[in-house]
Design a protein around this ligand. Structure first.
Ligand code: ZN
Length: 150
């Protein structure tokens, strides 16, 4: 049986060191900023759309390892998906990180994102993990304000 907590540490370290889709798009269709005042994590997310499919995604920002790794993994997970699929994924992710420890993550839907179930052992860091998803929602809804985790 694989240890989710070891895998969690490994994924956080890897994505923090080598964040995927880190940078800026030349012509983003949507963008949003996110801020987690509890930890000081800041994030700018940009999306390129083709119809209702996210064809390009990039982020920049500064923050703790968890917020950065979560943003990195989020961008990997949403690329090529429709906005409807991404909304479902976002909802599942947020359910997972706030669920009771004994509830198994929905790995069929969440795939690699399931490792973030590990953050449940550190309740103070849950907001670091969901920041990227809050920001993504803001970008999708094209809200013209900073998304916060509060
Ligand atoms: Zn943080």
């Amino acid at each position: 049986m694989f240890d989710l907590r070891d895998l969690y540490q490994e994924v956080i370290l890897d994505h923090n060191k080598r964040p995927r889709n880190f940078g800026q798009l030349e012509e983003p269709e949507r963008s949003a900023e996110g801020y987690n005042p509890l930890c000081g994590d800041k994030l700018t997310l940009q999306l390129g759309l083709k119809g209702d499919v996210i064809c390009e995604v990039a982020f920049t920002g500064s923050g703790c390892a968890i917020s950065k790794a979560s943003a990195s993994l989020m961008t990997e997970s949403v690329k090529g998906k429709t906005l409807a699929e991404v909304r479902t994924l976002s909802a599942r992710f947020q359910e997972m990180v706030t669920a009771d420890a004994e509830i198994e993550p929905d790995t069929d839907t969440l795939g690699k994102l399931s490792v973030f179930a590990g953050v449940r052992a550190y309740p103070a860091r849950v907001k670091c993990a969901v920041l990227a998803w809050h920001t993504l929602q803001a970008a999708i809804e094209a809200k013209n304000k900073v998304a916060t985790t509060e």
